[in-house]
Write a protein of this length. Structure first.
Length: 292
């Protein structure tokens, strides 16, 4: 399987995770625990296998700082997952996923502050477009007040997007540690952090169908997808990645409409369109830049 097909496959599977997570009938904490446990086992085995195949004489020394950054990223990643899956308990998948995909634009904005990077006027315009889109798809026009709108769970989706952005920006400091080992460290940390707060009662009344979705979500949507994702990244151009990443929300929205019978109104359709427009922004060197 070539890199482009691997990445496209991972994005399509990522897009179906909202549907599968709802079908597991598990609360967010237990679902994230299953994902972390499955990823730690599957990716851990793959990493060990790859490590034994590598010539130890060519082994690169990883700075201790990068291990600490991987752990910090792990904390942010777990919070991101918890918020993301918790948002499905309050709102349709289409709404949660559209708001969640504000994250790449948040990376641009937050990165300009943390790393003193310049943000172009065009970049700021796309951020505003994307932000307006998330408000519309979240259904802000359906509520009498901002307080009512915020009570719908939209803050969980916004929080997930924020911590996704923070995870990405923190991960910029990891240059030597392999992406596979980084993920194993993060998901293993998730197992340790979540184990004390798991309510095992939530696993006792599940149906066979629930367990099938749980197993698929753990092994396929986490272990296999992360392997496909990381094994293809380094062989793809940035523009290819920026294009294929749209498969994720497209699949999520189509499944929500086709299987879960979600019907967005006209304003929400406009919001989805604006989110996609905002996500399509790709910085170019020749743009006139404006400091934030």
């Amino acid at each position: 399987m070539n890199a482009k097909l691997k990445f496209a496959t991972s994005m399509v599977i990522f897009g179906s995770i909202g549907l599968f997570s709802v079908k597991t009938d598990l609360p967010s904490i237990e679902l994230v625990f299953i994902r972390c446990l499955s990823a730690s086992i599957v990716l851990g085995i793959i990493w060990c296998f790859q490590t034994f195949k590598v010539d130890q004489s060519n082994k690169v020394t990883v700075p201790k700082k990068e291990y600490l950054l991987a752990i910090l990223c792990g904390v942010f990643l777990i919070i991101n997952w918890l918020f993301f899956f918790h948002s499905f308990e309050f709102m349709p998948i289409t709404v949660a996923v559209s708001i969640y995909h504000l994250a790449p634009v948040l990376v641009l904005l937050i990165g300009s502050v943390l790393y003193k990077e310049k943000v172009t006027l065009l970049g700021l315009s796309f951020f505003v477009v994307c932000f307006i889109g998330t408000l519309l798809v979240g259904g802000i026009h359906q509520y009498a007040s901002v307080a009512d709108f915020l009570s719908t769970g939209v803050l969980w989706a916004f929080g997930a997007a924020f911590f996704y952005a923070i995870t990405s920006l923190t991960g910029k400091g990891i240059q030597t540690l392999s992406p596979l080992l980084t993920t194993v460290i993060q998901t293993s940390l998730g197992v340790v952090l979540l184990l004390p707060v798991i309510d095992w009662v939530n696993f006792t009344n599940l149906t066979m169908e629930n367990w099938i979705y749980i197993i698929v979500t753990g092994i396929i949507h986490t272990g296999l997808v992360f392997y496909l994702f990381f094994s293809s990244l380094r062989d793809l151009k940035a523009q290819t990645i920026a294009t294929l990443v749209f498969l994720d929300p497209i699949v999520a929205i189509l499944l929500d409409v086709a299987i879960l019978d979600y019907r967005p109104d006209l304003y929400q359709l406009l919001g989805i369109l604006l989110v996609f427009v905002g996500m399509s922004y790709s910085p170019k060197r020749k743009e006139v830049s404006v400091k934030v």
